[in-house]
Design a protein around this ligand. Structure first.
Ligand SMILES: [Fe+2]
Length: 286
């Protein structure tokens, strides 16, 4: 076939995938072509605009080295990550809601003992956390693997800094009662990296790049769906305009503030500090 025009080219391209043996791949390619062509027909880009689009993607690739994940950031800021998350996590009652993984997870976080301080001495308001991991049905899950990561007091993750030091992240195991106690610092709001193409998009559209203060959790236990979520700090000014659309009300906690006194583990405290108590529920694997 020849003489393709705007009325017949979409079907012609879809036809070209007719012999794809992998039926899932065929479905994906057909839908991608149909929606991409519909987008182009809707927008009617000029050649310069289409070239700009291809260069934008090229820039996303070029800046994605080491600890930088521009395509995850693009997916996050367009709400696609949360849409994929919603489709894949239609949760049973009692299960904690999920949210974005984000670009700052490391799969080789250092293993830490109960009661350890993940701040590794970095400045910030001390936070004492006592959380528990249960099944959605309420059964305590002993030995669950809990990954925690968060930004520092200046709004950066360790992997955004030079030197490669791991801090404000760690991997723990829950105790026999499914509980985990650890020290950290109170998280603060921070901007997503906006010195690249995604940042240009944020600025050109007069959006802001901020995420409300949160701790990241990834919790895994045999027989259960791995939970990827955050806990957000109540009162943060960006809770209703998170740059990546990740906030769910059930994940917002007060992080109550104390002044001096003695921490639950017997540590004498001076000045302001915060506490976190939360019960996570894991959905069974189906
Ligand atoms: Fe984060």
């Amino acid at each position: 076939m020849r003489d393709f025009d705007e009325n017949n080219i979409t079907d012609a391209v879809i036809d070209r995938f007719a012999n794809t043996p992998d039926t899932r791949l065929k479905t994906v390619m057909n839908s991608l072509v149909r929606h991409l062509h519909a987008f182009v027909k809707d927008v009617e880009p000029t050649f310069d605009e289409w070239l700009f689009a291809t260069q934008f993607l090229k820039r996303c690739g070029h800046i994605s080295t080491g600890g930088r994940e521009e395509f995850i950031l693009l997916s996050d800021t367009l709400g696609v990550s949360m849409l994929v998350d919603a489709i894949n996590h239609r949760m049973p009652a009692g299960a904690t809601e999920t949210t974005v993984l984000g670009p700052f997870y490391l799969d080789n976080a250092q293993e830490m003992a109960q009661g350890a301080d993940i701040s590794m001495g970095h400045k910030g308001e001390p936070l004492y956390a006592d959380v528990e991991v249960r099944s959605a049905g309420g059964m305590p899950l002993a030995g669950a693997t809990v990954d925690i990561w968060q930004s520092d007091d200046d709004g950066f993750y360790d992997m955004q800094k030079e030197g490669g030091e791991q801090y404000l992240r760690g991997r723990f195991k829950t105790d026999a009662e499914g509980r985990l106690k650890f020290w950290s610092i109170a998280p603060t709001f921070y901007p997503i990296p906006f010195d690249g193409p995604v940042g240009d998009m944020i600025q050109a559209t007069k959006r802001h790049p901020y995420r409300p203060a949160h701790l990241h959790f990834m919790i895994a236990a045999p027989g259960y769906e791995t939970l990827v979520t955050h806990l957000f700090v109540a009162g943060d000014k960006y809770l209703d305009s998170d740059a990546v659309f990740g906030v769910k009300q059930s994940l917002v906690d007060e992080f109550p503030r104390r002044d001096g006194g003695t921490a639950p583990d017997g540590k004498a405290m001076t000045g302001a500090w915060r506490t976190l108590n939360y019960s996570f529920g894991l959905a069974p694997k189906d």
